[in-house]
Design a protein around this ligand. Structure first.
Ligand code: 13P
Ligand code: SF4
Length: 434
């Protein structure tokens, strides 16, 4: 068997072991094992999967973390976080995304996917601070769904999402205007609008506001099929952003031919299409992708099947279409977790999603063989910015009465963004999990 064995449940420790030569295996970029305050100081998304994607000029940067947190040991930070959290009690709730590092996840009150966590925030209206250990768009969504008295805190402001950054309001508005010129604005005989905008949860609040204002809706990776059906009941076509892969995989499963899914490149006139292609389109796919999920390949799946003939390959729908087609199943992070929970002991899983979740699942379910399709250790480098040092910093500051790194969505954006989110909630209500 040539698949590298998992070294440790903790990706942090795994990266350090690889860097010192104490473990075999490779990381996608040197420097990942360093403190994020070193990475934050450099331009760009930093080392890791998102390295080559251009960072928009207005992406928030994190100021320097005070030295006491930069130099503290892992054990000291753990103890300080526990002590601060205990003193704060019900005043604070910590949310941790599935892709978050284990050293942070151990302190979370709720662990889940981006949508579950946004809803989890709603279950603790008495908490004055919601600390979101995820990425920027998740913290914005929590702010949209929490009460006005609550502050949502993102421990490291540089924890963005390179995919969400691939669609900005100006480019989407420009696209919309060009499409309105082709499709017009009048509904057809059945009352369906020419075009409905659908944004993936992984997008800025400004884009959620845009879809809210234009009769559109938000989707997540777990409800995208139902949301597209909702959109086609109300519109003749869909403009889907920012993730082309989730859009393509979902529309293909609904039977929409690939020829009717042109890609919209915001840097080209008409998105790089001609008018005939656009007139025939059913789903227009924005030119966005996740740098982590685009690493998965059909060759990796073939190798997993050769090494483990009984393997079940399950991938996230942000993976490219050929990968989803070659897998046994595809679904959201929550779907992946539930597939493993439901499997009989002794099952083998090759997983196509972020490594922190995969390694945690492998540690939690030792009765199964679980490994990542990508043999290279490559975490979501933006989520990875939330180091325990930042969590300790924001918690201890709360004890001193200081709210740091608050994420606030302006009322002008929040009102229509909530409309788009409420439309989604009316389509597929989802349960909150611990
Ligand atoms: P979930 O919506 O499943 O949490 O996924 C978020 C994400 O960023 C996937 O890359
Ligand atoms: Fe964004 Fe990809 Fe990271 Fe998810 S895994 S937060 S889509 S960069």
């Amino acid at each position: 068997m040539t698949t590298p064995p998992l070294i440790d449940a903790s990706v942090d420790r795994t990266l350090k072991l690889i860097a010192t030569g104490a473990a075999s295996g490779s990381a996608c970029s040197p420097g990942l094992e360093s403190g994020p305050w070193l990475i934050d100081a450099a331009p760009g998304y930093g080392p890791g999967a998102s390295n080559a994607d251009p960072v928009p000029f207005d992406t928030p940067r994190q100021g320097e973390l005070p030295e006491t947190y930069r130099t503290a040991s892992e054990a000291e930070l753990e103890q300080r976080i526990r002590a601060a959290k205990e003193k704060l009690g019900e005043r604070v709730v910590i949310l941790g995304h599935f892709y978050q590092r284990d050293e942070v996840i151990q302190h979370a009150d709720f662990v889940g996917d981006s949508f579950q966590l946004a809803r989890a925030a709603k279950t603790r209206p008495e908490a004055e601070a919601i600390i979101f250990c995820g990425v920027h768009f998740m913290a914005e969504t929590a702010d949209l769904l929490s009460t006005p008295k609550q502050s949502v805190i993102l421990p490291n402001l540089a924890a963005g999402c390179s995919m969400a950054d691939m669609a900005d309001l100006e480019s989407v508005e420009d696209c919309w205007e060009q499409l309105e010129e082709i499709y017009g604005t009048e509904p057809d005989a059945e009352g369906r609008a020419p075009l409905i905008p659908v944004t993936y949860m992984n997008s800025s609040a400004a884009l959620k506001g845009f879809v809210g204002r234009h009769g559109g809706i938000v989707c997540t990776s777990s409800n995208a099929p139902a949301v597209l059906e909702w959109a086609f009941e109300r519109g003749q076509r869909v403009l889907f952003f920012p993730d082309q892969h989730l859009g393509r995989n979902t529309a293909k499963a609904m039977g929409i031919p690939l020829e009717q899914m042109p890609l919209w490149n915001p840097n080209k006139p008409l998105g790089g299409n001609d008018e005939t292609e656009l007139e025939q389109a059913k789903v227009l796919l924005w030119h966005g992708f996740c740098s982590v999920h685009k690493r998965f390949t059909v060759e990796q799946i073939q190798k997993a099947r050769a090494d483990h003939p009984d393997v079940h390959v399950v991938v996230h729908p942000e993976s490219p279409m050929p990968v989803v087609d070659a897998a046994d199943s595809a679904g959201s992070t929550d779907f992946i977790v539930k597939a493993i929970q439901a499997a009989p002991a002794g099952s083998t899983f090759a997983i196509g999603t972020e490594i922190n979740l995969v390694q945690r699942l492998a540690a939690q379910y030792p009765e199964h063989t679980i490994f990542c399709l990508d043999p290279v250790v490559c975490p979501c480098s933006t989520m990875y910015r939330i180091h325990p040092g930042y969590l300790a910093w924001v918690l201890e500051s709360l004890l001193e009465g200081k709210v740091l790194n608050q994420i606030t969505v302006s009322a002008e954006v929040a009102d229509p963004a909530r409309v788009a989110l409420e439309r989604m909630l009316s389509v597929v209500p989802k349960a909150v999990t611990k």
